[in-house]
Design a protein around this ligand. Structure first.
Ligand code: HEC
Length: 157
């Protein structure tokens, strides 16, 4: 019993101590995705879906939930954002080559279609990111159509 109490106190001390460490936040100014939106011109419905379900992990701006103030959650979220951005960052769209844009749009609709994105854990707390089949269809259609923007140099159909 005595040992258990010591262990519990030890864990509590460690938990409190880790609260002083905060990963750097992913915060950017307004309109960080303007270039992407302008170029790929999604219909309003798709715009809203990308904003509500994807941008938190795939852009330079994350809208953080209150529990991001608690370690180790803050580190777990920071990790997702960093990994998500390294795969696809809508705020850096202009820096991608046409070939890369085409490929990213292909991945985008594949991941959405098979419900691999947004990550399941994200939808636990972000209900607006639970996509209906109609929403998925809209994203897939837009992404498929938009790929043609970047395939002009390729062989004629
Ligand atoms: C909670 C964070 C989070 C959200 C929200 C999220 N993603 Fe991701 N995404 C990730 C992470 C982490 C990876 C890299 C690891 C992986 O592929 O699972 C990733 C990878 C990807 C990839 C690359 C997959 C590949 O083939 O490697 C695409 C495309 C993608 N996401 C699209 C989306 C789209 C579209 C949405 C919105 C409908 C979305 N993501 C929402 C975190 C997220």
């Amino acid at each position: 019993m005595k040992t258990l109490k010591k262990v519990m106190i030890g864990l509590l001390v460690i938990f409190i101590a880790t609260q002083f460490y905060r990963p750097e936040k992913n915060i950017s100014k307004e309109n960080h995705t303007a270039a992407f939106m302008e170029e790929t011109n999604p219909p309003n419905e798709v715009k809203a879906i990308l904003k509500n379900a994807c941008f938190d992990c795939h852009s330079n701006n994350t809208v953080y939930p209150w529990y991001n103030n608690i370690a180790p959650v803050s580190f777990w979220l920071a990790d997702h954002v960093e990994e998500g951005k390294s795969e696809l960052n809508f705020s850096e769209w202009s820096s991608y080559s046409d070939k890369k844009k085409d490929h990213k749009l292909e991945e985008l609709y594949e991941e959405t279609e098979k419900r691999a994105m947004p990550l399941k854990e994200y939808t636990w707390t972000h209900h607006e990111a639970r996509l209906t089949q109609d929403q998925i269809d809209a994203v897939v259609k837009w992404a498929k159509d938009t790929r043609s923007l970047y395939q002009l140099g390729n062989q004629p159909k």
